[in-house]
Design a protein around this ligand. Structure first.
Ligand code: NIG
Ligand code: FE
Length: 422
């Protein structure tokens, strides 16, 4: 099985020497090949080059069953990598945001049964099959928008049984979906009602009851904590990260969304793979991140939907940091997993150049999932997760034309998953 895509107007983020992440001013330098071809064998990128150097006869004679696609006027991108989502959830929460429009505070909404605890309540009632089917539909939707890999968190269970249920659903999604999926255990997402006033006891339960079972069943690749004002403290977070380290689980932390919470510093101290949200990031946090292997990850969808201040992504890049941008797809603060919208937000709202925005949503998010050696760019030997665009005039058109789906053909693991004829 092989696939030859020829006459590609532009092959985007095509690396001769693959890197695990890109930071600072390097993010403005996007390697592309004009008038290109791309050759995929089995599930891997075999080769690419310029049309004028394509020896098609030699290529086709070496391989049996080659499908040839003509991408004249179109571009080929590496699939988006969405390194932060909560897309396994029982029901949407649109009434809450209408309440917000009407002026209700977060506390009032919570008292009416809203927020994370609302989703957690419904999580106890839903069957594993229903949860799985609805998540699979969401995966289909994000696939059509060009996502090829996604991280999914638990955190709406908040009981051992329901956290395990969520993580087992994610395991089934891994087995069923062509997307590359990583699972994150987020037991410390909110303090459940029955533990009100006894937060430390709940953290004890996360560490002593939930984590061992999850590790035993190998249900998680990472661990997360909502380390922020009104949620979990830096001490809680340190305890959970330390316990997770014993099971070989690295952190991916919700940090500094609501305040200068110390979450970034704690994440870096425990060598978290990423710290995410980052609306409250100052010079001190930037300095800490500079001496780390932790990927600063911004979630534009949540900031947009909740009307928050935007994280200083421009300043981070100018300070020499890498930046990743993910969707945060969840029913409360970001009910969309459309990474093309995130690409547009990155560029339009956060002032990233289109080149920087492309790195932020592909290679750097792949790093934030620990998979950038295999995904996140077009390079020989990498997994063939790419999409072919509709006819578009320039690379810049991708973030510029926000709101419309510019993806025409999706290729995952070397197979054509979706092809739109237009
Ligand atoms: O990433 N910030 C914490 N958690 C989610 C929101 C979850 C919810 O409201 O359901 C987030 O934005
Ligand atoms: Fe989140």
């Amino acid at each position: 099985m092989a696939l030859l895509i020829e006459n590609i107007q532009k092959l985007v983020l095509a690396e001769e020497n693959p890197r695990l992440l890109v930071k600072g001013h390097e993010m403005a330098d996007l390697p592309c090949v004009d008038d290109a071809w791309l050759f995929i064998t089995e599930d891997k990128i075999a080769d690419f080059g310029k049309m004028k150097n394509l020896d098609k006869t030699a290529l086709l004679s070496k391989t049996k069953e080659v499908t040839v696609l003509n991408a004249a006027g179109k571009m080929v991108f590496p699939s988006f990598v969405d390194s932060h989502t909560h897309l396994v959830y029982p029901a949407s929460r649109e009434i809450e945001y209408v309440d917000k429009i009407k002026g209700l505070s977060y506390e009032e909404i919570a008292r009416r049964g809203g927020g994370i605890l609302n989703t957690a309540r419904r999580m106890q009632e839903i069957s594993e099959d229903e949860l799985f089917e609805s998540a699979l539909q969401r995966l289909d939707e994000i696939t059509a928008y060009g996502t090829g890999a996604v991280e999914i968190k638990s955190g709406y269970g908040l009981t051992t049984e329901s956290e395990l249920k969520m993580l087992r659903v994610i395991r089934r999604l891994k087995e069923t979906s062509p997307l590359t999926i990583r699972a994150t255990f987020l037991g410390a997402h909110a303090v459940p009602l029955e533990y009100k006033g006894r937060q430390t006891a709940y953290v004890d339960k996360v560490i002593n009851e939930m984590l061992p079972q999850i590790a035993e069943e190998k249900l998680a690749d990472f661990v997360d904590v909502f380390c922020d004002k009104g949620f979990f403290t830096t001490e809680d977070t340190a305890r959970i990260l330390e316990a997770a380290q014993k099971y070989g689980l690295r952190g991916k932390i919700h940090a500094n969304e609501l305040d200068y919470s110390g979450g970034i510093q704690t994440g870096v101290k425990y060598n978290a793979l990423s710290v995410d949200h980052l609306e409250y990031t100052g010079d001190e946090e930037i300095a800490v991140l500079k001496n780390s292997e932790t990927m600063p990850t911004v979630l534009p969808g949540a900031a947009f939907f909740l009307g928050m201040v935007y994280a200083p992504a421009r300043k981070m890049i100018d300070a020499g940091l890498p930046v990743a941008m993910a969707s945060d797809f969840n029913p409360g603060s970001a009910p969309s997993g459309n990474m093309q919208f995130i690409l547009s937000m990155a560029s339009i709202a956060y002032r990233l150049l289109p080149e920087e925005a492309i790195y932020a949503t592909t290679l750097n998010t792949a790093y934030a999932m620990g998979i950038s050696d295999r995904l996140g760019s077009i390079a020989r030997g990498k997994t063939a997760n790419v999409f072919i665009t509709k006819k578009i005039p320039t690379v810049e058109f991708m973030p510029y034309a926000f709101g419309s789906n510019k993806v025409e053909t999706v290729i995952l693991n070397g197979k054509i998953i979706k092809q739109e004829i237009c």
